[in-house]
Design a protein around this ligand. Structure first.
Ligand code: ATP
Length: 248
């Protein structure tokens, strides 16, 4: 785990098109093997930050116009998703986006495609890991992904990302729209993935869940980092309790 690099986002500005400023001077670090939570209201810029790291910003007509995104020695700003995946950084997009018409197994096979030709044994090992982590998927490998429940689709989306054997997993609101029991299950899985040595950057509107998992957390507010600190400390601040934990 000590060999694993840190993610460093330094003073990043992001623009969509030529006018919509989505992030301003945002800095954030995910240490090797860490779990970092990124909280914030709708439209605060959380997904934008993940896209700036995973190289998917351009697909949304956005660009990093200032600052740096580095994973260890690898420059990620201005690159594409293949560059990020090769560096070991993989995003699970918001809203799951599994291929509804493909089977569970076919969806898993699309994970890690950006890595080029890999040894079959390596792919088989990644698949085994995913099916061990998600027994519900193991029972449904030949079922169309569109027939899975929302929670199962989220598991599949995470499993597909794990097929690329990431060192840093970027998760965009994995709890969105899921029943409380499924949210607990997803939280357990994130803990397990991290225990196996994968660092996690977790975007969530469910601040309670995110703060219970994270070592460190940041709060984004209209494109700027407003608060940051150890997750336990942030969970005790008045602003976070009121705005994000739903307390009075
Ligand atoms: P949500 O939880 O709703 O996804 P978020 O915190 O992830 O919110 P972003 O999706 O990153 O926020 O959006 C940040 C800002 O950038 C918002 O004002 C949004 O309207 C704008 N934005 C996002 N994508 C685009 C785009 N493709 N083109 C123009 N503006 C965009």
């Amino acid at each position: 785990q000590d060999q694993e690099p840190a993610l460093r986002v330094t003073d990043v500005d992001v623009l969509y098109g030529s006018a919509v400023s989505a992030l301003r001077a945002v800095s954030l670090t995910v240490p090797p093997g860490g779990v970092v939570a990124l909280l914030g209201a709708n439209g605060a810029g959380k997904s934008t930050l993940l896209r700036a790291v995973s190289g998917t910003l351009r697909l949304h007509r956005g660009a990093v116009t200032a600052g740096l995104v580095r994973y260890g020695d690898t420059v990620l700003d201005g690159r594409d998703p293949v560059a990020a995946v090769r560096a070991g950084v993989v995003q699970v997009p918001e809203g799951r986006r599994v291929f509804a018409g493909l089977t569970v197994d076919e969806n898993l096979r699309t994970g890690g495609l950006g890595l080029g030709r890999r040894a079959p044994a390596q792919v088989a090992q990644a698949r085994e890991r995913v099916l061990t982590l998600f027994p519900r998927l193991a029972e449904r490998t030949r079922q169309a992904a569109g027939l899975l429940s929302g929670g199962e689709q989220q598991m599949l989306a995470i499993g597909r990302a794990l097929m690329a054997s990431p060192r840093l997993l970027l998760l965009d609101e994995p709890s969105l729209g899921l029943a409380p029991r499924m949210v607990d299950r997803i939280a357990e899985v994130i803990r397990e993935i991290n225990a196996q040595g994968t660092a996690v950057l977790l975007v969530e509107q469910n601040a309670g869940m995110a703060l219970s998992l994270a070592d460190h957390a940041y709060v984004l507010d209209v494109g700027e980092i407003r608060l940051s600190g150890p997750a336990g400390e942030l969970a005790r601040t008045d602003a976070v309790r009121r705005l994000y934990l739903g307390e009075q």
